[in-house]
Design a protein around this ligand. Structure first.
Ligand code: 26V
Length: 817
């Protein structure tokens, strides 16, 4: 159990042993380290107890395989889940420190890009809190998601050195290291019993070293493990190799190890076909699959029943080589026949699809793939051969089907096809998304194997995004309905009775105001911009991508600004438009959109003639830690993707939890948010997904008609090319102008229907303004949003994965004392 005095002593001892200093002499970073080590000590007992219970009870385990885990800071979250937050805060106060300031010393472990990586982190939290045996398996990137600096309005990428001071919540486990082999060739040998033996030769290999991070469940003593793999050279550089001509190979192995885990690819929804990325994929998958089999064999003698105790969830196609790696180990190392290995594999692996953006589909050139992973490629060829036979059996003579569904076709290995053909489950991440998969993108697969397809609408953890991120609101909720919501979010609907209660409304909006003050202070300190906390905080934070349409948002700001300039006396409720977004380093149009947002901010924020009615703020380096504060302060949640393009979205749920109101399209999980809260408590506009899909089938629409017939829109677009926001430079934003009207390139004009949705969007904004003026109405809507978000907890999502896909056993940890 947690003891304050012991904890204080432990912190003091830690600074002494770690830094040979007294607490008074320690730097803030050193205090953070000392506190975190003391917290880790508290965690270790539960961690051991959890492992022991798992060994005794032998529950089925899910391995959540993911290239990305966007964890965010651990210290505060761990303390909350350990039920030790208040005591530690007091202990530190007694030592003269502020826990919040110490939390701010922690780097954000940012081993992910956006939604997909953050979802993995929420899932780990829910798995531990619900008491399920689970491992997260991933990569310990030396450099996580880049830090974003804004210079002269442009994004600059700066390396994220999250490990430079050492990370206190990880544990190196060299005793579980695994060898991973790349390249070479496969030699086939005939064994005396007539069986073929496949031996990889002349390969390069690296040693995968696991680092474990504790995943603390809420108030239940469960501590699961996130296992991320580091790479080391296998044979430390041997000089005697020099003479044997193996010198080069030794150097190459050394380099391979160094580069393989060097950096997270900062792409989101865009596939680039880089060899190093395939190396990363096979590296962590081979190590993880080996570890899972080794662990299973410690307790079980019959490998045929592997799937009864183990399941692999593949987070998108990035970990899909797990299928072939499992086949390889079962056949080449465990000596199973193809059919036996296939039965086990297909009952072990399940796949989640996270996007329908065609540019994100992973396809590897055969040449590259077979060179890097010769044995794995052979196995995939055989899976493909058999799968094609199945297709032919089901659709005799139908070449079209083979062309559309084959795993290897046109010189490419298609990872999604491999995942669908070889897994027992394929799921989308929101109702609409799953329907689009079944009826459009993956139609042929669905027709052939409908039983594999299912939906698991995403969710988020209320423990990080309310209990930790918005402590005033969390306390208010608990004061009104008790604390059950922390582990049973649907209980939050009991707040509905307060929606019309004037006192509750005032308290709720006052908390929102306090959170807006906190964000205003942050903005002032980071951007030097003064924003009015009484203005409407209208927020769009997410990765920058054309389909998410930050461009629609900023074009609308330009339109509003024009309106105010043209009609200085018009009624206008002050608005603060807040953006936060990283663009992939090579995504030029996305980066130009960031520049445009900052250029508009420069002009609008400094135009004294509009009396501060509009402010535009671009928050630098949007990440999990500042996200928590941003959600808490938002009035309006911008969820304006082109309908059919956003698989789910999860920031929409975090905003809702914090009482922000959705301004959005009928896309992704927005559809289900509206279902829960009612259309009257959200602002919905724009084309529906079926309309978008219909237009796309017909080759698009003519944005030029809109440009010609609508002078407001025309004026805004002309301002992109007349230098209004570019100090007279008429070329700076021309690419954006062209993308909307397509005066040249071969790409379709306005691919994302920005002009088509512009006026409906402006109208929705007018409704937002009217609603906000009516304070009671707004407070009621805000409370109802918080009260209606019960469905969107990742606890519900995980329970559905457990019930409908994984079938795990629930475990209880019994601790001494
Ligand atoms: C895709 C790719 C493609 C290959 C190269 C690098 C790379 C890196 C990341 C991704 C992930 C794209 C998919 C993704 O993040 N999808 C998002 O998943 C969220 C969780 O399900 C969902 O809420 C978002 O709507 C969806 O865009």
């Amino acid at each position: 159990m947690f003891n304050k005095e012991t904890f204080k002593k432990s912190v003091k001892d830690n600074v002494k042993t770690l830094y040979r200093r007294t607490l008074e002499e320690a730097t803030p970073q050193q205090v953070f380290q000392a506190v975190s080590y003391a917290v880790k000590d508290v965690i270790i007992d539960d961690w051991l107890a959890t492992q022991k219970t798992y060994e005794q009870e032998d529950p089925k385990t899910v391995y959540y395989m993911s290239m990305e885990f966007l964890m965010g800071r651990a210290l505060g979250n761990n303390l909350l889940n350990l039920m030790a937050y208040d005591q530690v805060r007091e202990a530190l106060e007694e030592l003269g420190f502020d826990l919040n300031a110490i939390e701010d010393q922690e780097p954000d472990p940012a081993l992910g890009n956006g939604g997909l990586g953050r979802l993995a982190a929420c899932f780990l939290d829910s798995l531990a809190t619900l008491g399920y045996s689970a491992y997260g398996c991933g990569i310990r990137y030396r450099y996580g998601m880049f830090k974003q600096k804004i210079e002269n309005g442009y994004q600059i990428e700066v390396p994220d050195q999250w490990l430079k001071d050492g990370y206190p919540f990880e544990l190196r486990r060299p005793e579980y290291a695994k060898e991973v082999k790349f390249g070479g060739y496969v030699r086939v040998e005939m064994e005396p019993n007539g069986k073929m033996k496949f031996i990889q030769e002349n390969y390069q290999s690296v040693l995968a070293i696991p680092f474990d991070m504790p995943i603390v469940g809420y108030n239940n003593h469960v501590v699961n493990t996130l296992r991320i793999w580091d790479a080391e050279a296998i044979n430390n550089f041997q000089l005697d190799k020099f003479d044997k001509g193996e010198y080069h190979q030794a150097v190459e192995q050394e380099n391979l190890a160094k580069t393989i885990v060097e950096v997270l690819y900062p792409n989101d929804n865009h596939y680039a076909g880089k060899e190093l990325r395939l190396k990363q994929q096979y590296f962590f998958i081979s190590a993880s699959v080996q570890a899972a089999i080794e662990k299973y064999k410690k307790k079980h003698s019959d490998i045929h029943k592997f799937y009864e105790k183990v399941t692999f969830q593949l987070n998108d196609t990035h970990p899909t080589v797990a299928i072939a790696e499992l086949m390889r180990i079962l056949m080449d190392e465990e000596g199973l026949e193809w059919d036996e290995a296939w039965e086990i594999t297909t009952k072990t692996c399940a796949y989640t699809n996270h996007t329908i953006m065609a540019e994100a589909l992973e396809k590897w050139p055969i040449e590259l793939f077979s060179k890097l992973l010769p044995r794995i490629y052979q196995i995939i060829e055989e899976i493909n051969r058999r799968f094609i036979m199945e297709i032919q059996q089901k659709y005799p003579g139908n070449q079209e089907k083979i062309k559309k569904m084959a795993i290897i076709y046109d010189g490419q290995v298609k990872m999604a096809h491999l995942a669908i053909a070889s897994g027992y489950s394929v799921n989308g991440v929101a109702k609409l998304h799953t329907e689009i998969l079944k009826n459009q993108e993956l139609k042929d697969f669905y027709e052939m194997m409908p039983w594999k397809f299912n939906n698991k609408t995403n969710g988020i953890t209320q423990r990080r995004f309310l209990l930790h991120g918005n402590q005033p609101l969390a306390s208010w909720v608990t004061d009104h309905i008790g604390k059950e919501w922390i582990t049973d979010l649907p209980q939050i609907s009991r707040l509905k009775v307060y929606a019309d209660d004037e006192k509750a409304q005032q308290e709720f909006m006052n908390i929102k105001y306090q959170n807006k003050l906190r964000l205003a202070k942050y903005i002032y300190e980071h951007n030097g911009i003064e924003v009015d906390p009484r203005s409407i905080f209208d927020v769009q934070v997410k990765r920058l991508h054309e389909y998410k349409r930050q461009l629609l948002n900023i074009l609308h700001v330009m339109y509003l600004y024009n309106q105010i300039k043209e009609h200085p006396d018009m009624e206008f409720y002050p608005r603060t438009f807040i953006f936060g977004a990283k663009a992939a380093a090579g995504y030029r149009r996305a980066k130009l959109t960031i520049k445009l947002i900052n250029a508009v901010a420069d002009v609008v924020n400094n135009d004294t003639s509009i009396g501060g009615k509009i402010k535009v703020v671009f928050i630098e380096d949007y990440r999990v830690s500042n996200a928590e504060m941003i959600f808490a302060a938002a009035d309006v949640s911008e969820q304006i993707s082109t309908a059919s393009k956003e698989a789910s979205g999860t920031s929409n749920m975090k905003f809702m939890l914090n009482g922000a109101i959705t301004l959005g399209t009928m896309d992704g999980a927005n559809v289900e948010i509206v279902e829960e809260v009612g259309e009257e408590n959200a602002f919905i506009f724009g084309l529906r997904s079926d309309e978008v899909i219909q237009y796309e089938k017909n080759g698009g629409y003519y944005p030029m008609d809109i440009f010609n017939n609508d002078q407001d829109i025309r004026k805004v677009l002309m301002q992109l090319i007349n230098g209004t926001y570019a100090n007279g430079d008429m070329e700076m934003f021309r690419d954006i102008y062209d993308s909307l009207l397509n005066t040249k390139s071969s790409e379709r004009a306005d691919t994302y229907f920005i002009l088509k949705d512009f006026k409906p969007y402006a109208e929705a904004h007018r409704q937002v303004e009217a609603a906000y003026r009516d304070e009671k109405r707004w407070a009621k809507m805000a409370i109802l949003n918080t009260a209606s978000c019960g469905k969107f907890t990742s606890d519900r999502t995980i329970q559905q994965y457990v019930d409908e896909i994984w079938h795990l056993d629930k475990v209880q940890i019994v601790t001494e004392g």
